[in-house]
Design a protein around this ligand. Structure first.
Ligand code: F6P
Length: 549
């Protein structure tokens, strides 16, 4: 029993049935499964929007999928989904609604929080952002000396950095190439230094992005950026022309010295890691323009509508979430790789790390008790072809089970020369070859058939049966990016719902923040920090010695 009287997840009949099924299944061989079901390569596929999803290379049968769907029904995933879309306070530990889906709702939608329709406010901010973005893009918005803005520097961290930074890279081909956006997140002063060292302050616009406007890294970097600007331009009034803020906290923004007329707001029902389609996306909107930004929101909405309405059998986020539960809870996988075959998606996995690991990296359930099952996996990965020459060895022949998502596109999106365009087929040949090799491997007899000496046969044998999902789309447009992100957002939601955890808080990052504040005086002043452990005390002393203090 849970503390709230519900049956504990791992004691439900649906969970027990899956555990039994896993025993009975033994080691499923994908070669055999495909031989027995020649249509599996098309039957185990789904489409949502522009995305074609192939899940045939998974260690599952029809029975597995049915039992997983029964688990989803027993844990009322769709009930929680509906509560989320309705604006109920499903983030119970922070007593907040979870309404990132309202950020992409159409103008005429009605979504209420505490009896108030939030949609008009969402569109009012989007309209303000669009007007501002157009002014910067056209050169109408100028800096203090009358020069037009050439570089936008977004200062933020976590959800106030990773989303826009990832999307700016992803949609580079759609950006105004006369404007550059840079992202500063690290409190390591080198980050701001490298981002600004070759810039002309008179042509630079800082966007200070912080939901709370209390995050020490962001406030510190923003303060240093203001000093850098004022050292060059000399006049306090320049701040208003070179700084805007994205926040939910008008009071703190004003306290920092940014005119709240230059603040773009969002709301406490938008989680940081779910915020890049809110005002937090302003830098991206300046780069790609308001129309493209709205296309991206349409892409998000398309997958929201799918998740909200598609039946369980064809609901893609549900399927992807359930597959993760299967591997994490019944086959012992500890991690999940996301491997995009697109240079533009170089920051996609880093973005997903926060989305997934900050959401589902929890050991306490909704009822306040420690859960007795595995929750969120370690999410990792980099663009695929580079990974092939680095860590794929371990995926192919290591001892760990690593389910992986392969994301690829039929067309390169940028204006490439014919020669570079031709490289795309080579890129995608790798994409298709890898999932094939992972799934079906190479038997000892096949290796012998190539004349390999017997002592090398085991080394050159690939056992296969490494599960992958393939996500294929025509090209990486703003809409497709929105579709991909929404897909993962809802996948993470599904898993959190099943694991019975609050996917929308992040208490786990608080302790480090509090301790950092306590330790700082020990570094700077040699102050005695009560309660500092022996290891940390010695480390601090060594640090001070190395710094000559
Ligand atoms: O420390 C974690 C976190 O709270 C994230 O959830 C959030 O995205 C990030 O910090 C930044 O917070 P803020 O936007 O309030 O500066």
């Amino acid at each position: 029993m849970n503390a709230d009287g519900r049956t504990r997840l791992d004691q439900t009949p649906e969970w027990t049935a899956l555990a039994k099924h896993r025993e009975e299944l033994g080691n499923l061989r994908l070669r055999e499964v495909f031989a027995a079901h020649p249509d599996r390569g098309t039957a185990y596929t789904l489409r949502v929007g522009d995305l074609y999803i192939d899940y045939s290379k998974h260690l599952v049968t029809d029975d597995t999928l049915r039992l997983l769907r029964e688990l989803a029904a027993a844990t009322d995933v769709f009930g929680l989904r509906d509560a989320m879309f309705r604006g109920e306070r499903i983030n119970t530990t922070e007593d907040r609604a979870v309404l990132h889906t309202a950020l992409r709702a159409p103008r005429d939608a009605v979504i209420e929080v505490d009896g108030e329709n939030v949609v008009p406010g969402v569109h009012a901010v989007l309209d303000r952002m669009a007007a501002f973005a157009d002014r910067v893009r056209s050169g109408e918005w100028t800096g203090h000396t009358g020069k037009r803005i050439r570089t936008v520097v977004n200062i933020g961290i976590g959800g106030s950095d990773l989303g826009p930074a990832m999307a700016y890279e992803a949609l580079r081909a759609f950006t105004d190439r006369d404007l550059t956006v840079r992202f500063v997140s690290n409190v390591d002063g080198s980050d701001l230094h490298e981002a600004t060292r070759d810039l002309d302050p008179a042509e630079t616009l800082f966007i200070v992005a912080s939901k709370t406007f209390t995050t020490i890294e962001t406030v510190t970097n923003a303060t240093s950026a203001r000093t850098w600007l004022l050292n060059a331009l000399g006049d306090e009034s320049a701040v208003a022309e070179h700084f805007v803020a994205l926040s939910t906290n008008a009071e703190k923004v004003a306290g920092f010295g940014i005119d709240t007329a230059n603040m773009f707001e969002f709301w406490d029902w938008v989680g940081g890691r779910y915020s890049y389609d809110s005002a937090i996306g302003l830098s991206l909107m300046i780069a790609i323009g308001p129309d493209r930004f709205r296309e991206m929101l349409d892409g998000f909405r398309l997958v929201d509508d799918h998740f909200r309405t598609a039946p369980a059998e064809s609901n893609v986020p549900l399927l992807l979430g359930l597959l993760g539960v299967w591997y994490g809870n019944f086959l012992g996988a500890q991690s999940h790789a996301v491997l995009p075959y697109s240079h533009y998606l170089s920051k996609f996995t880093a973005y997903l790390q926060q989305l997934d690991m900050e959401s589902n990296g929890k050991y306490v359930g909704r009822d306040g008790r420690e859960v007795q099952w595995q929750t969120g996996p370690v999410v990792w990965g980099t663009p695929g072809t580079n990974g092939q020459h680095a860590y794929y060895q371990l995926i192919h022949q290591g001892t760990k089970l690593i389910p992986a998502d392969f994301i690829g596109f039929a067309e390169p999106v940028a204006e490439l020369s014919d020669e570079l365009k031709a490289q795309h087929d080579l890129l995608m040949a790798n994409f298709f070859a890898q999932t094939q090799a992972l799934a079906f491997g190479k038997t000892p007899d096949e290796v012998r058939g190539e004349g390999v000496p017997e002592e090398l046969v085991p080394h050159k044998t690939f056992k296969g049966d490494h599960p992958t999902t393939t996500i294929l789309a025509r090209e990486l447009t703003p809409s497709v990016l929105g579709q991909l992100v929404a897909l993962y957002e809802h996948k993470v939601f599904v898993q959190g719902a099943i694991w019975d955890i609050d996917s929308f808080d992040q208490w786990g990052v608080e302790l480090g923040k509090v301790l950092a504040k306590r330790v700082e005086p020990a570094l700077t002043e040699g102050a005695d920090v009560p309660g500092l452990d022996a290891s940390s005390r010695a480390l601090v002393a060594t640090y001070r010695e190395l710094r000559g203090r």
